[in-house]
Design a protein around this ligand. Structure first.
Ligand SMILES: *[C@@H]1O[C@H](CO)[C@@H](O)[C@H](O)[C@H]1NC(C)=O
Ligand SMILES: *[C@@H]1O[C@H](CO)[C@@H](O)[C@H](O)[C@H]1NC(C)=O
Ligand SMILES: *[C@@H]1O[C@H](CO)[C@@H](O)[C@H](O)[C@H]1NC(C)=O
Ligand SMILES: *[C@@H]1O[C@H](CO)[C@@H](O)[C@H](O)[C@H]1NC(C)=O
Ligand SMILES: *[C@@H]1O[C@H](CO)[C@@H](O)[C@H](O)[C@H]1NC(C)=O
Length: 416
């Protein structure tokens, strides 16, 4: 047993360190600088880094420029999302596709913008060793092809260059300006009628519509959320309190999933009126995102809209700010880091190297940008991946146990 503990320690450190960073991978080749820049600007880099099994079909600057130059960032984002496959393909696998043709789902499929097969890519092993790529939408041509392999970390991430952008029907059509999106209609349709009627009757919808093209994120509780036990009786609140509660469900910032996944800081909401007031924190487990208020927490259920600079999500629970609904018997925490970001123990591997259970990271802006933001998700995913050997899985699945084991190791080492 004694010599397994150091091994656990090594495994754990390796796990935290080995997560991929697409920005770093592409930075090695200046031909991909434009593609790389767009991945960062659109938050897609964060998405790629927090997914465990992914293939990025990269375009060199020349191949990308024609299409990128002519379109707004929201279109470029959709287009690049179609080049991110939610599966692992490398040179070998491309040539071993059963029956020589397959469809792969892409990140574009997860944005809520793609209908039918429009969010998938057709990969076909053509004669003469050539591999063609095209939209999976019926009638599309395979007018892009595999050029070369860029980087592989089997079976986590593969980066391959293709010759031309994959264009699916409608993907280049500019979405309406965010200010023209009928937010009420969208969230009603997504099953958030109560929230829609509350923001309309309180006039908040005007604020939403007028800030939509400057960067806005809305977390709309679905209708079930308002029927849940423990949801406060809104008729017992003052008007000002209801408005604060509703404002608490939006941020004056564009936060696509990739940004939410990598954000280390707490998020100010439209209700925020001072440092640490009315803010939210996010925790990540695999592909699942949870918002924490300090009183309750809510899973992000669905992306209703992701159209730069406006993102709208439905959430499973009404978010209760501690400023209005302090639940703890201890005095309500005053300004400052109100809420422990309280991610589940499994999703805090960034703290793993410290043998002592670390206190929550400071919510303020000092977190270095280079923090391994991708660690939590891969940590959680890895525990279910089944690709690792026994000890490895055990170490990742029960991080808390591992941390205790680490402490034990440190202690026993001290006594040797
Ligand atoms: C793949 O990802 C997992 C989880 O992040 C990590 O433990 C593993 O070391 C990675 N594989 C490689 C070859 O980096
Ligand atoms: C390959 O083609 C055969 C015959 O058309 C079909 O029965 C089989 O399901 C295909 N396999 C795959 C993996 O698509
Ligand atoms: C991919 O496209 C080719 C050419 O259009 C087509 O023949 C093939 O059936 C498609 N593959 C799949 C899996 O739909
Ligand atoms: C937006 O949609 C709602 C509900 O469908 C409708 O009542 C409202 O008139 C629409 N607003 C605009 C500006 O079109
Ligand atoms: C990835 O690498 C880039 C460039 O080195 C760095 O700025 C960024 O913070 C890294 N991202 C993560 C999540 O570590």
């Amino acid at each position: 047993m004694a010599h397994i503990l150091p091994f656990l320690l090594l495994t754990l450190l390796a796990a935290t360190a080995s997560a991929h960073n697409i920005t770093d991978i592409l930075a090695a080749n200046p031909d991909y600088s434009d593609f790389n820049g767009f991945l960062s600007q659109t938050g897609l880099a964060g998405e790629i880094n927090t997914r465990q099994t992914i293939t990025v079909l990269v375009l060199n600057n020349a191949a990308l420029s024609a299409v990128a130059a002519k379109h707004p960032l929201s279109v470029v984002k959709n287009l690049l999302s179609l080049h991110i496959l939610l599966d692992y393909f490398d040179n070998t696998k491309l040539h071993q596709i059963p029956n020589g043709t397959t469809l792969s789902t892409t990140l574009y499929q997860t944005t809520g913008n793609a209908n039918g097969n429009v969010g998938s890519v057709n990969i076909t092993d053509l004669k003469g060793g050539k591999v063609g790529f095209g939209s999976a939408a019926p009638g599309s041509k395979l007018d892009s092809s595999y050029t070369k392999s860029v980087k592989q970390i089997p079976y986590n991430i593969s980066v391959m260059e293709i010759s031309a952008p994959i264009i699916s029907p409608g993907i280049l059509a500019a979405p309406p300006p965010s200010a023209d999106v009928n937010i009420t209609a969208l969230i009603e349709k997504a099953g958030c009628k109560t929230f829609a009627s509350l923001i309309s009757s309180n006039g908040l919808i005007k604020t939403f519509q007028s800030t939509a093209d400057k960067g806005l994120t809305i977390f709309a509780p679905n209708d079930e959320a308002f029927k849940a036990k423990g949801v406060p009786d809104l008729s017992k609140l003052t008007n000002a309190e209801v408005v604060s509660l509703l404002q608490y469900h939006a941020a004056a910032k564009y936060l696509p999933v990739g940004s939410l996944k990598t954000t280390k800081d707490s998020i100010n909401t439209l209700a925020s009126n001072g440092a640490g007031k009315f803010d939210l924190t996010v925790s990540v487990a695999g592909d699942s995102l949870t918002l924490h208020t300090g009183v309750d927490s809510s899973r992000i259920a669905e992306t209703i809209l992701d159209s730069t600079p406006l993102s709208i999500y439905s959430v499973d629970s009404v978010l209760l700010p501690p400023e209005l609904f302090a639940k703890s018997p201890s005095p309500a925490p005053a300004p400052g880091p109100v809420t422990a970001p309280s991610p589940s123990p499994v999703s805090t591997p960034s703290e793993a190297p410290s043998p002592l259970p670390a206190s929550p990271p400071a919510p303020a802006g000092e977190t270095p940008a280079g923090a391994p933001a991708d660690a939590p998700s891969s940590e959680a995913e890895r525990s279910t991946s089944g690709k690792s050997d026994g000890v490895h899985v055990k170490a990742s699945a029960t991080l808390t146990v591992a941390v205790i084991a680490l402490s034990a190791f440190v202690i026993s080492a001290t006594f040797m």
